[in-house]
Design a protein around this ligand. Sequence first.
Ligand SMILES: [Zn+2]
Length: 246
Amino acid sequence: MSIPIHTCPPAELPACEPLDILVVAPHPDDAELGMGGTIAKMISEGMRVGVLDLTTGEPTPHGSESIRRQETCVATDALALTWRGNAGLPNRMLVHTLEARALVASYFRMLRPRWIFAPYWTDAHPDHVAATEIVEAARFWAKLSKTDMPGERFHPERIYYYFCIHLRLAIDPDWIVDISDHWPAKLASIQAYHSQFIVGRPTDPPTMIDQLHHEAANWGRIINRRYGEPFATKEPLAMKSIRDLI
Ligand SMILES: [Zn+2]
């Protein structure tokens, strides 16, 4: 069953159980591109995973606000997300202001995610760089007391970074998740954004979808699995058991 996409101010969000994970994305489709397979995997393991899109992502050459909203619903269903919201910040003009920081910190206080995922910190797209700065600062601000931000003070335990970048970087990830069983869900969530990845795109191979497939297969090859997704961290990783390594 489809879940709603929340667009109200954080203070007006319906009460919900704390999330395990909140993925913050500059635009609808970034979370799917960067870590759709890992999201599907975490949900299949019973985790509560939400995505907060900071902007509508519009205007774009082949989209509109209503088309993007509809596509976001289809992608949300494809991943079976627990929660999704849109913060309504301005696309193409995303800036790390105190207002944006307070807004995102308010989402953290209301949703109480144990871990957050932000875009990788180096990117050609200014919205992506701003999103990373906003999320890092909002994580700190979420724990402030004596503030007019809604909700109780809260500090997400960890912040990690997914790759959805507009530079041809030879990236050096800190770890790779095996998404072999969840590539079909990731693919469906990306194809949901028909106006972005199908309409007007070159149809000769390799198409954009072909390239995403090759990338996932390459990360999978590196870990001796079929498909993978790379991640980065600034703080050392901690794990409960060495058995989780493959
Ligand atoms: Zn983006």
